[in-house]
Design a protein around this ligand. Structure first.
Ligand code: SAH
Length: 231
């Protein structure tokens, strides 16, 4: 069973939205398991303090090494990658998601306040992962996004096994546009080729549209795609 352990000071945020829909059904079906570990349970003292003022001064608070180390070290090493959600981390990609989904699961540390003491990240060799170039107030929503993307790739979670293969990023391209009935809506028709029943032509059109959208919207992906195509 794919196993996620999330370390957080807000364990009530889990499973949250992952308790519904595809991920929720898969959770109930034991295709994956989730424990939300309360970091505060590993803190000492009456106040169970998890943070302290930043060395060097400045605003906010920083999550303390000792508490986080106790919380992490309470999880026996079991081959699962240990991740820290971080705005400074490596940008998350669909290929990293696919690799994580293909493994045993993940241990995910969620930051809060100004973030996590750097020494903890180094000492426990955490892989810092960012979900985009913007700042959240905590790692929990980032962890939920990462888990959602992983869980939908687990065998038996998506309705059609094939639906993952053609999606955005799978081939290094954005997905082609999708349409459904009615054939004419507010004067806009569904592209004729999609109603032709000619599967070869449809595949060709979709490929061309995927390439056009990627070229127009994501020059970075387009350049990488071209570089891969031409050896
Ligand atoms: N001072 C930090 C931001 C702290 S935000 C900075 O400038 O980089 C508090 C926590 O939210 C972080 O520790 C991290 O766990 C989480 N977080 C914020 N933005 C994120 C992002 N884009 N991706 C992943 N996690 C993020």
């Amino acid at each position: 069973m794919w196993h996620a352990s999330v370390l957080t000071i807000f364990p009530d945020m889990f499973p949250g939205p992952l308790g519904l829909s595809l991920a929720g059904k898969a959770l109930a079906a034991k295709i994956w398991a989730l424990d939300a570990i309360d970091i505060r349970a590993h803190a000492a003292g009456k106040h169970r303090t998890v943070d302290d003022t930043p060395a060097g001064g400045g605003p906010g608070m920083v999550m303390k090494t000792d508490v986080l180390a106790r919380a992490l070290d309470a999880i026996p090493p079991d081959g699962r990658p240990r991740l820290a959600m971080s705005a400074r981390g490596t940008r998350l990609t669909q290929s990293r998601i696919a690799a994580l989904a293909g493994g045993p699961g993940a241990v995910i540390l969620c930051g809060r306040f100004e973030g996590i003491d750097e020494r903890l990240i180094a000492a426990r060799q955490l892989e810092e992962i960012s979900i985009g170039d913007f700042v959240l107030s905590g790692g929990e929503i980032a962890a939920l996004a990462l888990l959602d993307a992983c869980v939908r790739l687990l065998p038996g979670v998506m309705g059609k096994e094939a639906s993952g293969a053609e999606e955005s990023f799978a081939a290094g391209l954005l997905e082609y546009p999708q349409y459904t009935k009615p054939p004419l809506w507010e004067g806009q028709p569904i592209p004729e080729v999609l109603l032709s029943g000619d599967h070869g032509k449809i595949a060709q059109w979709r490929r061309a549209e995927a390439e056009r959208l990627t070229r127009e919207r994501r020059p970075d992906l387009w350049a990488a795609y071209l570089a891969r195509k031409k050896p």
